[in-house]
Design a protein around this ligand. Structure first.
Ligand SMILES: Cc1ncc(COP(=O)(O)O)c(C=O)c1O
Length: 372
């Protein structure tokens, strides 16, 4: 593949540093909840500008832990219809009922007015997702509306490492934000997740939940229905090394996005999602809408087979209301989700790409669309 859809970057220095951290864990025998995990937490909290960070096994467990730490183990939780399975699955695993809200075309995030229209006396929380690394300019309004009604706001920031809104880190809103370090993300630890919060009680509860609900590391006294949601020292070591590169990764992704912003409207009939901004998105994804009537599967196949450009993965191809597993939770219609999920494509972005690669992607798209 000349330009893969995504790729992970570990240079020789980073590999050497990760190996040396892992070696120190192997030699000390401290393989979980040790000094690498602590260092990863401290550095991540600092990067986000938050008081606390708690490292966990995945972005999915991070969401469930925050819900449980907020006491949300029943009732309704409003989640985006346009998100990954895990956002809603975590709500179900915590014991609550997900209620899907329709999508805002300009940000791919939840439509705030649709969220407000779905609030009932059973609503305990709203979970938002910064899709593709865009923090919605509507988020502060949603935060105010939730606070006025005593409803918790939780941010699933699995896409949003280092993304901002009005100069504030994505983790600035809500009781807590949750991150994923799955290998497709802007930075990775192999597997892993992080909870960041300014709320000391939530951080303390999260530490209890992640370690089988134990009151203390060495005790055998279980006060919460936790699970094994710990992050190993090996994963923490990889995460620490990647975190040092986060700013570089975002900078390079923005350079790629700048080329797309410049060339797409001039050379193709694709329209970039409007709120993807060079000064705030981390460009986990670069999302554009195809004009009505273009066959997305055929376009992607030509891009792959003729031009060797990977365009795998939308955010998302199927909204949650169309996922068979969530059928019991569907109510009402989701016209914007249906449209944005059907018409979007994600252009390749990675910290390994060059601006020449980005130009080649647009040129290939233009030729694919024109049939030339
Ligand atoms: C929006 C969103 N939420 C949650 C998750 C779950 O993260 P993980 O795979 O680390 O459990 C992901 C990604 O994989 C995601 O994209």
């Amino acid at each position: 593949m000349r330009v893969p859809a995504a790729s992970i970057v570990f240079n020789d220095d980073d590999i050497a540093e990760a190996l040396s951290l892992i070696e120190s864990s192997l030699r000390s025998g401290q393989l979980t909840l040790g000094k690498h995990g602590q260092a990863f937490e401290e550095s991540f909290a600092q990067r986000c500008g938050r008081a606390h960070a708690v490292a966990v096994s995945s972005g999915t467990s991070a969401i469930e832990i925050v819900l449980r730490a907020c006491g949300i183990e029943s009732g309704e939780v409003i989640v985006p219809d346009n998100t990954f399975f895990a956002t809603a699955a975590a709500v179900v695993h915590a014991g609550a009922r997900p209620v899907f809200a329709d999508t805002d075309r300009d940000t791919l995030a939840v439509d705030v007015d649709d969220v407000l229209s779905r609030i009932t006396p059973q609503t305990k929380a709203v979970v938002v997702v910064h899709i593709g690394g865009i923090v919605s300019p509507e988020l502060p309004r949603l935060a105010t509306e939730c606070a006025a009604r005593g409803i918790q706001l939780i941010c699933d920031a699995a896409h949003a490492h280092g993304a901002t809104l009005d100069g504030k880190d994505a983790s600035n809103w809500g009781i807590a934000s949750t991150y994923s370090f799955y290998p497709t993300k802007v930075m990775t630890s192999g597997e892993g997740g992080m909870i960041v919060t300014d709320d000391e009680r939530i951080a303390d509860e999260a530490r209890v939940y992640r370690d089988q609900g134990k009151a203390g590391f060495t005790s055998n006294f279980h006060t919460r229905l936790g699970a094994n949601w710990r992050l190993s020292e090996v994963h923490a070591a990889i995460g620490l090394v990647q975190l040092k590169r986060l700013n570089e990764f975002i900078e390079r992704r923005r350079q790629i996005a700048a080329v797309y912003d410049d060339l797409l409207p001039r050379e193709t009939n694709l329209t970039a999602v409007p709120c993807q901004r060079l000064d705030s998105s981390n460009f986990y994804k670069y999302v554009a809408y195809l004009p009505a009537g273009v066959d997305r599967a055929a376009l992607k196949a030509t891009m792959r087979e003729r031009f060797e450009v990977g365009m795998s993965g939308e955010v998302y191809e199927f909204p949650l209301h169309a996922q068979p597993v969530f059928e019991p939770f569907v109510s009402g219609s989701y016209p914007v989700s249906d449209d944005v999920c059907a018409r979007q494509v994600c252009l390749p972005v990675s910290a390994r790409m060059t601006t020449d690669d980005a130009r080649y992607v647009v040129e290939s798209l233009a030729r694919t669309i024109s049939g030339g």
